[in-house]
Design a protein around this ligand. Structure first.
Ligand code: ADP
Ligand code: MG
Length: 315
Protein backbone atom coordinates (compact mmCIF):
# COMPACT_ATOMS: atom_id res chain seq x y z
CA UNK A 1 0.00 0.00 0.00
CA UNK A 2 2.82 2.42 0.92
CA UNK A 3 6.40 1.86 -0.19
CA UNK A 4 9.59 3.81 0.49
CA UNK A 5 12.52 3.35 -1.87
CA UNK A 6 15.86 4.88 -0.77
CA UNK A 7 14.14 7.87 0.81
CA UNK A 8 16.23 10.68 2.34
CA UNK A 9 15.37 13.88 4.14
CA UNK A 10 17.64 16.57 5.61
CA UNK A 11 16.80 19.71 7.54
CA UNK A 12 19.35 22.50 7.00
CA UNK A 13 22.08 20.04 6.06
CA UNK A 14 21.33 17.72 8.97
CA UNK A 15 20.11 14.27 7.93
CA UNK A 16 16.80 13.41 9.59
CA UNK A 17 16.33 10.08 7.77
CA UNK A 18 18.64 8.12 5.45
CA UNK A 19 18.00 5.53 2.77
CA UNK A 20 14.65 4.37 4.05
CA UNK A 21 13.29 1.26 2.42
CA UNK A 22 9.92 0.40 3.85
CA UNK A 23 6.81 -1.45 2.89
CA UNK A 24 3.57 -0.83 4.76
CA UNK A 25 1.10 -3.53 3.87
CA UNK A 26 -2.53 -2.89 3.10
CA UNK A 27 -4.73 -3.62 6.11
CA UNK A 28 -1.82 -4.07 8.51
CA UNK A 29 -1.29 -2.22 11.77
CA UNK A 30 2.32 -1.03 11.43
CA UNK A 31 4.18 0.70 14.24
CA UNK A 32 7.28 2.88 13.89
CA UNK A 33 9.26 2.77 17.08
CA UNK A 34 12.55 4.31 18.24
CA UNK A 35 13.99 6.79 20.68
CA UNK A 36 13.34 10.51 20.46
CA UNK A 37 14.95 12.09 17.39
CA UNK A 38 15.30 8.79 15.52
CA UNK A 39 13.24 10.08 12.58
CA UNK A 40 9.83 8.50 13.25
CA UNK A 41 7.72 11.63 12.88
CA UNK A 42 9.63 12.75 9.81
CA UNK A 43 8.97 9.35 8.22
CA UNK A 44 5.26 9.55 9.02
CA UNK A 45 4.89 13.15 7.83
CA UNK A 46 6.53 12.35 4.51
CA UNK A 47 3.64 9.96 3.82
CA UNK A 48 1.05 12.75 3.71
CA UNK A 49 3.56 15.36 2.52
CA UNK A 50 3.54 17.46 5.66
CA UNK A 51 7.26 16.99 5.04
CA UNK A 52 8.49 16.56 1.43
CA UNK A 53 11.20 13.95 0.83
CA UNK A 54 14.47 15.14 -0.75
CA UNK A 55 15.23 12.02 -2.75
CA UNK A 56 14.05 8.51 -3.37
CA UNK A 57 10.47 7.47 -3.99
CA UNK A 58 7.38 7.11 -1.84
CA UNK A 59 4.56 5.25 -3.52
CA UNK A 60 0.99 5.13 -2.35
CA UNK A 61 -1.00 2.35 -4.04
CA UNK A 62 1.72 2.28 -6.70
CA UNK A 63 1.78 6.03 -7.42
CA UNK A 64 4.68 8.34 -6.41
CA UNK A 65 3.04 10.73 -3.94
CA UNK A 66 4.61 13.81 -5.54
CA UNK A 67 2.45 13.23 -8.57
CA UNK A 68 -0.76 13.32 -6.50
CA UNK A 69 -2.38 16.62 -5.54
CA UNK A 70 -1.63 17.23 -1.84
CA UNK A 71 -5.28 17.74 -0.95
CA UNK A 72 -6.32 14.50 -2.59
CA UNK A 73 -3.52 12.67 -0.80
CA UNK A 74 -4.52 14.07 2.60
CA UNK A 75 -8.18 13.30 1.96
CA UNK A 76 -7.22 9.67 1.51
CA UNK A 77 -5.18 9.64 4.74
CA UNK A 78 -6.50 10.40 8.21
CA UNK A 79 -3.98 11.97 10.59
CA UNK A 80 -4.15 11.95 14.38
CA UNK A 81 -1.52 13.42 16.69
CA UNK A 82 -0.82 13.71 20.39
CA UNK A 83 -1.68 17.37 20.81
CA UNK A 84 -4.95 16.47 19.07
CA UNK A 85 -5.51 19.89 17.55
CA UNK A 86 -9.27 19.89 18.11
CA UNK A 87 -10.83 23.25 17.25
CA UNK A 88 -11.63 24.75 20.67
CA UNK A 89 -14.70 26.73 19.60
CA UNK A 90 -16.27 23.83 17.73
CA UNK A 91 -18.41 21.16 19.35
CA UNK A 92 -17.45 17.50 19.33
CA UNK A 93 -19.84 16.88 16.43
CA UNK A 94 -18.40 19.79 14.43
CA UNK A 95 -14.86 18.65 15.08
CA UNK A 96 -15.58 15.11 13.93
CA UNK A 97 -17.36 16.47 10.83
CA UNK A 98 -14.42 18.67 9.75
CA UNK A 99 -13.48 16.74 6.60
CA UNK A 100 -16.98 15.59 5.58
CA UNK A 101 -18.10 19.25 5.84
CA UNK A 102 -15.19 20.35 3.65
CA UNK A 103 -16.30 17.72 1.16
CA UNK A 104 -19.87 19.11 1.28
CA UNK A 105 -21.52 15.92 2.43
CA UNK A 106 -25.27 16.32 2.98
CA UNK A 107 -26.35 17.31 6.50
CA UNK A 108 -28.01 13.99 7.11
CA UNK A 109 -25.03 11.99 5.92
CA UNK A 110 -22.69 14.00 8.16
CA UNK A 111 -24.99 13.61 11.18
CA UNK A 112 -25.20 9.85 10.61
CA UNK A 113 -21.45 9.58 10.24
CA UNK A 114 -20.86 11.50 13.48
CA UNK A 115 -23.26 9.17 15.33
CA UNK A 116 -21.58 6.12 13.85
CA UNK A 117 -18.07 7.26 14.79
CA UNK A 118 -19.05 8.29 18.30
CA UNK A 119 -20.49 4.81 18.82
CA UNK A 120 -17.36 3.23 17.33
CA UNK A 121 -15.07 5.22 19.64
CA UNK A 122 -17.23 4.64 22.70
CA UNK A 123 -18.22 8.31 23.07
CA UNK A 124 -21.55 8.92 24.79
CA UNK A 125 -24.03 10.74 22.48
CA UNK A 126 -24.51 13.45 25.16
CA UNK A 127 -20.97 14.61 24.35
CA UNK A 128 -22.06 15.61 20.82
CA UNK A 129 -22.72 19.24 21.73
CA UNK A 130 -19.83 19.67 24.18
CA UNK A 131 -16.66 21.67 23.53
CA UNK A 132 -13.17 20.17 23.77
CA UNK A 133 -12.37 21.85 27.11
CA UNK A 134 -15.39 20.10 28.63
CA UNK A 135 -13.91 16.66 27.83
CA UNK A 136 -11.34 14.50 29.59
CA UNK A 137 -7.99 13.91 27.86
CA UNK A 138 -9.08 10.41 26.85
CA UNK A 139 -12.34 11.70 25.38
CA UNK A 140 -10.50 14.41 23.44
CA UNK A 141 -8.15 11.82 22.03
CA UNK A 142 -11.11 9.64 20.98
CA UNK A 143 -12.64 12.64 19.20
CA UNK A 144 -9.29 13.18 17.46
CA UNK A 145 -9.30 9.59 16.21
CA UNK A 146 -12.98 9.84 15.16
CA UNK A 147 -12.16 13.00 13.21
CA UNK A 148 -9.25 11.29 11.47
CA UNK A 149 -11.54 8.42 10.44
CA UNK A 150 -14.51 10.58 9.43
CA UNK A 151 -14.10 10.62 5.66
CA UNK A 152 -13.24 6.92 5.44
CA UNK A 153 -9.54 7.37 4.72
CA UNK A 154 -7.65 4.48 3.16
CA UNK A 155 -4.82 4.99 5.64
CA UNK A 156 -4.75 6.21 9.21
CA UNK A 157 -1.51 7.92 10.31
CA UNK A 158 -1.05 8.40 14.06
CA UNK A 159 1.87 10.16 15.78
CA UNK A 160 2.16 9.34 19.50
CA UNK A 161 -1.63 9.65 19.70
CA UNK A 162 -1.92 8.48 23.29
CA UNK A 163 1.30 10.04 24.58
CA UNK A 164 -0.34 12.57 26.87
CA UNK A 165 -2.71 10.15 28.59
CA UNK A 166 -2.49 8.42 31.95
CA UNK A 167 -1.65 4.68 31.77
CA UNK A 168 -5.19 3.44 32.40
CA UNK A 169 -6.81 5.68 29.76
CA UNK A 170 -3.98 4.88 27.43
CA UNK A 171 -4.48 1.15 27.86
CA UNK A 172 -8.21 1.54 27.19
CA UNK A 173 -7.54 3.46 23.98
CA UNK A 174 -4.97 0.92 22.82
CA UNK A 175 -7.59 -1.80 23.25
CA UNK A 176 -10.07 0.35 21.31
CA UNK A 177 -7.59 0.84 18.47
CA UNK A 178 -7.00 -2.89 18.17
CA UNK A 179 -10.76 -3.44 18.04
CA UNK A 180 -11.30 -0.65 15.50
CA UNK A 181 -8.50 -2.00 13.34
CA UNK A 182 -10.14 -5.42 13.42
CA UNK A 183 -13.54 -4.01 12.49
CA UNK A 184 -12.44 -1.56 9.79
CA UNK A 185 -9.46 -3.52 8.44
CA UNK A 186 -7.87 -0.18 7.60
CA UNK A 187 -4.14 0.34 7.01
CA UNK A 188 -2.76 2.01 10.14
CA UNK A 189 0.72 3.45 10.70
CA UNK A 190 1.38 4.57 14.25
CA UNK A 191 4.47 6.21 15.75
CA UNK A 192 5.44 5.64 19.37
CA UNK A 193 8.50 5.52 21.59
CA UNK A 194 6.66 3.23 24.03
CA UNK A 195 7.77 -0.39 23.64
CA UNK A 196 4.76 -1.90 25.37
CA UNK A 197 2.39 0.15 23.25
CA UNK A 198 4.22 -0.98 20.11
CA UNK A 199 4.10 -4.66 21.08
CA UNK A 200 0.47 -4.40 22.00
CA UNK A 201 -0.65 -2.86 18.73
CA UNK A 202 1.70 -3.90 15.96
CA UNK A 203 1.22 -6.53 13.28
CA UNK A 204 4.53 -5.19 11.95
CA UNK A 205 7.21 -3.21 13.71
CA UNK A 206 9.81 -0.88 12.24
CA UNK A 207 12.59 -0.02 14.67
CA UNK A 208 14.46 3.20 13.83
CA UNK A 209 17.68 4.67 15.21
CA UNK A 210 19.51 7.81 14.10
CA UNK A 211 17.36 8.21 11.01
CA UNK A 212 17.81 4.65 9.81
CA UNK A 213 15.75 1.49 9.92
CA UNK A 214 17.49 -1.01 12.18
CA UNK A 215 15.05 -3.90 11.81
CA UNK A 216 11.52 -4.50 10.58
CA UNK A 217 9.33 -7.54 11.07
CA UNK A 218 6.71 -8.95 13.38
CA UNK A 219 7.03 -8.17 17.10
CA UNK A 220 7.89 -11.80 17.75
CA UNK A 221 10.72 -11.67 15.20
CA UNK A 222 12.25 -8.55 16.71
CA UNK A 223 12.01 -9.95 20.23
CA UNK A 224 13.26 -13.43 19.51
CA UNK A 225 15.56 -12.81 16.53
CA UNK A 226 17.07 -9.35 17.05
CA UNK A 227 19.26 -8.38 14.09
CA UNK A 228 21.78 -6.42 16.19
CA UNK A 229 22.76 -5.78 19.80
CA UNK A 230 20.97 -2.46 19.54
CA UNK A 231 17.67 -4.26 18.87
CA UNK A 232 18.26 -6.65 21.77
CA UNK A 233 19.13 -3.81 24.14
CA UNK A 234 16.24 -1.71 22.92
CA UNK A 235 13.64 -4.30 23.85
CA UNK A 236 15.42 -5.01 27.11
CA UNK A 237 16.86 -8.44 27.83
CA UNK A 238 15.55 -8.52 31.37
CA UNK A 239 11.95 -7.87 30.45
CA UNK A 240 11.85 -10.20 27.49
CA UNK A 241 9.73 -12.83 29.23
CA UNK A 242 7.11 -10.32 30.26
CA UNK A 243 7.08 -8.80 26.80
CA UNK A 244 6.59 -12.17 25.17
CA UNK A 245 3.59 -12.64 27.44
CA UNK A 246 2.02 -9.59 25.88
CA UNK A 247 2.28 -11.18 22.44
CA UNK A 248 0.52 -14.41 23.37
CA UNK A 249 -3.16 -14.68 24.01
CA UNK A 250 -5.34 -16.49 26.50
CA UNK A 251 -6.54 -18.67 23.63
CA UNK A 252 -3.02 -20.14 23.21
CA UNK A 253 -3.02 -21.45 26.78
CA UNK A 254 -6.68 -22.14 27.35
CA UNK A 255 -8.01 -25.58 28.24
CA UNK A 256 -11.16 -26.54 26.38
CA UNK A 257 -13.06 -27.79 29.38
CA UNK A 258 -16.23 -26.83 31.24
CA UNK A 259 -16.39 -23.40 32.76
CA UNK A 260 -14.99 -22.33 36.11
CA UNK A 261 -16.75 -19.63 38.11
CA UNK A 262 -15.87 -15.95 38.15
CA UNK A 263 -15.74 -13.06 35.73
CA UNK A 264 -14.57 -14.32 32.34
CA UNK A 265 -11.40 -13.45 30.42
CA UNK A 266 -11.58 -12.78 26.67
CA UNK A 267 -9.89 -15.44 24.52
CA UNK A 268 -8.09 -12.71 22.54
CA UNK A 269 -6.72 -10.97 25.64
CA UNK A 270 -2.92 -10.96 26.09
CA UNK A 271 -1.42 -13.32 28.65
CA UNK A 272 0.04 -10.31 30.33
CA UNK A 273 -3.42 -8.88 30.96
CA UNK A 274 -4.63 -12.32 32.04
CA UNK A 275 -1.81 -12.48 34.56
CA UNK A 276 -2.91 -9.15 36.00
CA UNK A 277 -6.45 -10.51 36.30
CA UNK A 278 -5.24 -13.55 38.27
CA UNK A 279 -3.26 -11.30 40.59
CA UNK A 280 -6.18 -8.89 41.05
CA UNK A 281 -8.73 -11.63 41.69
CA UNK A 282 -6.47 -13.95 43.66
CA UNK A 283 -7.70 -17.14 42.06
CA UNK A 284 -6.17 -20.11 40.23
CA UNK A 285 -8.64 -20.75 37.40
CA UNK A 286 -10.73 -18.34 35.34
CA UNK A 287 -13.40 -18.94 32.68
CA UNK A 288 -12.76 -17.79 29.12
CA UNK A 289 -15.26 -16.44 26.58
CA UNK A 290 -14.80 -15.91 22.83
CA UNK A 291 -15.34 -12.68 20.85
CA UNK A 292 -19.09 -13.16 21.01
CA UNK A 293 -19.08 -13.65 24.76
CA UNK A 294 -19.74 -17.40 24.43
CA UNK A 295 -17.95 -19.56 27.06
CA UNK A 296 -15.18 -21.57 25.42
CA UNK A 297 -12.88 -22.89 28.15
CA UNK A 298 -10.79 -22.09 31.19
CA UNK A 299 -7.37 -20.65 31.91
CA UNK A 300 -5.25 -22.12 34.71
CA UNK A 301 -2.74 -19.88 36.43
CA UNK A 302 -0.16 -22.64 36.62
CA UNK A 303 -0.36 -23.23 32.85
CA UNK A 304 1.00 -19.71 32.41
CA UNK A 305 3.96 -20.49 34.63
CA UNK A 306 4.65 -23.74 32.79
CA UNK A 307 5.53 -21.63 29.77
CA UNK A 308 4.90 -24.13 26.99
CA UNK A 309 2.34 -22.93 24.48
CA UNK A 310 -0.38 -25.52 24.02
CA UNK A 311 -1.58 -25.49 20.48
CA UNK A 312 -3.63 -28.68 20.38
CA UNK A 313 -7.25 -28.02 19.58
CA UNK A 314 -6.34 -24.49 18.62
CA UNK A 315 -7.64 -23.35 15.24
P1 ADP B 1 11.23 11.43 16.26
O1 ADP B 1 9.82 11.62 15.82
O2 ADP B 1 11.71 10.03 16.14
O3 ADP B 1 11.45 11.95 17.64
P2 ADP B 1 11.87 13.40 14.24
O4 ADP B 1 11.50 12.77 12.95
O5 ADP B 1 10.92 14.39 14.79
O6 ADP B 1 12.19 12.26 15.31
O7 ADP B 1 13.27 14.11 14.07
C1 ADP B 1 14.40 13.50 13.46
C2 ADP B 1 15.52 14.52 13.39
O8 ADP B 1 15.17 15.56 12.51
C3 ADP B 1 15.84 15.19 14.71
O9 ADP B 1 17.22 15.40 14.77
C4 ADP B 1 15.09 16.50 14.62
O10 ADP B 1 15.71 17.47 15.40
C5 ADP B 1 15.17 16.82 13.14
N1 ADP B 1 13.99 17.58 12.69
C6 ADP B 1 12.73 17.12 12.60
N2 ADP B 1 11.89 18.06 12.11
C7 ADP B 1 12.65 19.15 11.87
C8 ADP B 1 12.38 20.46 11.35
N3 ADP B 1 11.15 20.82 10.96
N4 ADP B 1 13.41 21.32 11.25
C9 ADP B 1 14.67 20.97 11.60
N5 ADP B 1 14.99 19.76 12.10
C10 ADP B 1 14.00 18.85 12.24
MG1 MG C 1 8.18 12.40 16.90
Amino acid sequence: MIEFHDVNKSFAGHKAVSDLNLHFEEGAFSVLIGTSGSGKSTTLKMINRLVEHDSGQIRFAGVEIRSLPVLELRRRMGYAIQSIGLFPHWTVAQNIATVPDLQKWSRQKVADRVDELMALLGLDPVLRARYPHQLSGGQQQRVGVARALAANPEVLLMDEPFGALDPVTRGALQTEMTRIHRILGRTIILVTHDIDEALRLADRLVLMDKGEVVQQGTPLELLTRPATDFVREFFGRSELGVRLLSLRTVENYMRREPQAGGEALQAGMSLRDALSAFVARQCEILPVVDDNGVPCGTLHFRDLLAGEVKREGHA
